[in-house]
Design a protein around this ligand. Sequence first.
Ligand code: BGC
Length: 708
Amino acid sequence: MTDVQLKELLAEMSLGEKIEQMIQFHGGFYGDVKLITGPGHDYSVKPDQQWRIGTVLGEAGYEHLKKLQDGFMEKQPHHIPSIFMADVIHGYKTIYPVPLGQGASFDPELTKELAGATAKEASAAGLHVTFSPMCDLSRDARWGRCMEGTGEDPWLNARFAEATVLGYQGDGIEKQGNIAACVKHFAAYGAATAGKDYSGVELCERTLLDDYLPSYEAAVKAGAPLVMSAFNTINRIPCSTNKWLMRKILREKMGFDGVVISDYGAVQETVVHSASYDKADAAAKALRAGLDIDMMSDCYLSYLEEQAKESEELRQLIDESCLRVLELKNKLGLFDNPIRGSKELEEAYFYCDAHKELSVRAARESATLLKNDGLLPISKNSKIAVVGKLATSTNIVGSWAIFAEADKTVTFADAIKSRYPETEVFVYPYDEADEKMLSGCKACDVVIACIGEEDFKTGESKSISDVTLCPEHQALFNAVYGVNQNVLSLLYAGRPLAIPMLAEKSKAILDAWYPGTFGNIGICELIFGDANPCGRVPMSFPHTTGQLPMHYSAFTTGRPVENWTGYVPFASNYMDVTNVALYPFGFGLSYSEFTYSPVELSADTLQKDGKITATVTVTNKGTRDGKELVQLYIRDVKGSVIRPCRELKGLTKPFIKAGESVTVSFDITEDMLRFHNEDMEFVAEPGEFMVWIGGSSLTQNGVNFRLI
Ligand code: BGC
C-alpha cells in the first residue's frame, strides 16, 4: 500500500477499530495458548472482538497461523491482517546457545548467522516478528535474565544487538525467510536493583546514556521496526508510561519511528506500581508517553475510547499509533501476502543438516575453558566416568525455547556415545553419589562432572540471592573428587556462577552455558581435542555473591587497591574477598598458547579528525592451531567526570596456526572516545589515553597517546 492508501484506510476506521489495532492478545483468546508470562486475562472481550485485535502473541506453526490469519482476513471489518509475534530468542526448533553463550563467542558475525537460521525456521512456521534481541546490559548474575543477554560490556552488547537484527531481517522483513526484530526491554531492565526481576532501576543519567542505551540504539540503527518497553522504572517512572524515555530518548534522540509495544501486562502494572491512579489513567499516560501497542492488558481495550471521545489530543495520538501499526503491517508485506510459511518450508528447515551443523559449531565457539591443568583434551582411549543429572538432561537448551521439542535435544551422554563410540564411557546420571558411582569413578581415568543449574532455573522471574554453585553439586563434586582427582567440571549455567571451590580443585573447568539442541556434540569435540576452545567470559565470574554487581570496566575510586593480596584498611576493598573477578571479562583458555608483542602506536597524538593505529603481533606458541580473541581496551586517564578504568573498543578473532604469528591492527579515532561529559554533551575530551591489546580485560603493559 502507498502512504496515501494507508491514510485512507485509517480515515475509514472508527475510533474503536483504531484502538483495537493497538492491542495484543495471546493465543488463549483464539482457543490456544502456548505461553503466559504474566497474569492471564480477566477482562471482557466483545463477541468476535479477538478478530479485530491488531496482533497476536506466542502462537506459531504454519497451519495454525494460516487458520488464524484467515479468521482475521474474514472477520476484521477492513480485512486488516494480524501480525504474529513470538519469543523466538535463540532458535525456533533448532536451538542454538543462549545469548549469554553467544556473548562468550565474542563473535557477532556468528550471531548474525544464528539469527538468520532462526528466522528461516520461524518464518516457515508463519511468524512475522520475534521479541528479540534483548539488549539489556547485565552486570548482576543474580538476575535470572542475564542468560538472555550477551553480557556486561556496552560496546560488545551493541555489536551483538545490531548483528542479531541484521540476521533476522536479512534482505527485507517482507520476505519469506526473514522476520522483524523487536528490541527489548527499553530500557535498562538488566539493572534491576539487587538483581531482583521486575524491581526498579536506579541509575544516574550518565550511566544510562553511556553504558545501558548504546545496545538498544545500535539495534534501532540496524533497522529494527519495533521496540518493547520494559517492566522496570527509570527515574522512578515505569518505562511504559515514561514520556522522557520513549518520546525524548527513543524517538527524538535515537530517531526511532517504528512501533513501541509494552511488555506483557506492563501498562496495567503501572497501577500496581502506584504510578497510575487506575487503568484509564494508565492507558492515557502510556499513550501520551508514546506506547503504541498494549500487550496483554485491558487498559487500551476498555479504557481508552471513552476518554478519547472527549479529547482531541488523545484521538490525535491514537491516529498516530494506529498508523504506525498499519505501517508496520505494510512493511511486513502483509496487505499483499498475509500468510507466511508453508508445510514444505517447515519440513525443509526444521532441524535440517545446515542448522544442526550451525548448532554444533556455535556451541564449540561459545564454550569457555576456565581452567586446565593439563587434563584436556582427554584421550579417546581413556576410561571416562560421567556423573550428574545434567549428563542425561534435556534441560540444557535454555529458557525461551518455547517451540523446541525436548526429544530432539542431544544430551551430553548421548553426544559422547554417538560422537565417540569407541571410547569407554560409564554414565551415572544422578546428583547423589552412591557406592556404584564412586567405585566407577575410582576405576576411570577421568571423571566428567556435569554440574551447574538446569535451564528452568534461569530466565524470567528466576532471580536468585546466592549465585554459588548449589550445595548438591558441591557435594557431588567433592564425593567424586574424594576417589578420583582428575575431574573435569562441565558447567551448564545461564549465569556466571561463584565457583571458588571448583576453581581450586577441578583439574579443568569448561563452561558449556546452555549449548542448545545439538550443542553437546560440539562440547564433546572440544573435550576430546577435535576442536580447540576459543570462548571467553562475557560476564565476570565473582568469587562470592557479595561482589555483585560487578564488571571489569568499573570506575576508579579515591582509595583504590591495586593487586589485592589482603585487606587494606580505609581503602576501597572488602575485608574478605578481592576486588577482581574469579574469571574476568574476556578471559578464556585454549589448547594453544598465545603471546603478544608490546603494542605499537603509529603516532602518540591523535588529531580530532585523524586516526592512529595500534598494532601487535600475536604468536601461537602451542602445538595446536587455534583462534585467539584479540581485545582492544582504552582508558581515558582523566575526564571532566569519572571514567571507567578501561573499556573494550575493538576485537578480532584470528585463526593462528601452531608456531605462526599474525599482525593485528586497530584504528583508533576520536568518535571511539566519546562519553557524556559534565555538561551532558557527548564528546571526547582532549588529554591522555591508555591502550592495551591482549587476551583478557586484565591485560597489562598499556601504552599512552594524547588526543589533541
Ligand atoms: C517478557 C518479554 C516477552 C513477553 C512476551 C514478558 O514476560 O518480559 O521478554 O517478550 O513476555 O512473551
